[in-house]
Design a binder for this molecule. Structure first.
Ligand code: GLU
Length: 282
């Protein structure tokens, strides 16, 4: 029996959706529907400082306007205990450790020799300088609030996968990425007091627990896929298929970001651009 296709649209409500999102979500939708599969809408609203309910509402409206549909919904901010349980499992396995580096320490780590300008431009997480990494694994069940937590990546390990669109990919730990953040400490005013999972951890847990079989997303996340494969292995999850779409760039070659308001779907819509026209713009 073949496993039914399960996909997801995973927008972050931190701004208005633009042409780049439309392209990715269009592909995700098309692949799910042509496989007779099901599609989740996952609201990735974990960035407490930048996520806003009005952007959540706007992204739903824009997706529906584009003609995209989904079958079930998930909101990450409602799933914190699930992510905490995953962190606890990593701690118990000796695969996570608390990091007490300050923002200033981390800013210095950003200037580490590995850091490359292209990665910074793509908003990638800098390679950590291992300052808090314990010499040996020490399994613990104790969660200390007020700390960030990092995943203990195996050193100099190659992580390879074949992307269904971008082809064969290979990343090496310690060179391409290091011990990445999996948990962020609570900020002042955070009512729960336990902090929040990082994008990497929340994404891996949700993809696995909702049975996602194929992840369709932007090509800026190829390196994150290597990180996520390591987390999947550590948590005993299987690895889904990946399809990373080409990024849409503006006329000067810069990747579209939420600051490109001129290319926001609702700006185009207000100018009379139709969904059919948008779909020919990729
Ligand atoms: N929420 C992410 C974004 O809006 C996408 C993450 C993913 O698809 O894994 O860029």
């Amino acid at each position: 029996m073949t496993i039914p296709y399960i996909g997801r649209l995973a927008p972050s409500p931190t701004g208005l959706l633009h042409l780049g999102h439309a392209r990715t979500f269009f592909f995700a939708h098309q692949r799910a529907r042509s496989a007779n599969g099901m599609l989740y809408l996952r609201d990735e609203d974990l960035d407490r400082q930048r996520s806003r309910p009005e952007f959540s509402a706007a992204m739903r409206e824009d997706l529906l306007w584009l003609g995209l549909s989904w079958d079930a919904e998930l909101r990450q901010s409602e799933r914190l205990p699930i992510y905490r349980a995953a962190l606890d499992r990593l701690l118990a396995a000796g695969l996570a450790y608390p990091c007490t580096c300050s923002r200033r320490d981390l800013a210095q780590a950003m200037q580490a020799p590995h850091e490359d300008a292209a990665a910074a431009a793509e908003d990638d997480e800098p390679i950590y300088n291992n300052r808090c990494r314990p010499a040996g694994a020490y399994p613990t069940n104790i969660f200390v609030p007020g700390c960030n937590y990092r995943f203990r990546t195996p050193v100099h390990t190659r992580v390879a996968f074949t992307d269904l669109h971008a082809g064969p990919q290979s990343f090496t730990t310690s060179a391409d990425f290091g011990d990445f953040l999996i948990w962020r400490k609570a900020l002042d005013g955070d009512a729960s007091g336990i902090g929040l999972p990082s994008y990497q951890l929340a994404c891996v847990v949700d993809d696995a627990l909702t049975g996602v079989t194929e992840v369709v997303r932007g090509g800026d996340l190829l390196k994150s896929t290597a990180r996520q494969i390591l987390l999947q292995r550590a948590l005993g999850y299987s690895t889904p298929a990946y399809f990373h779409c080409d990024l849409v760039r503006d006329s000067t070659g810069i990747r579209l970001a939420k600051r490109h308001d001129a290319l926001a779907l609702r700006t185009l819509r207000a100018q009379g651009v139709t969904p059919a026209k948008i779909l020919t713009m990729f």
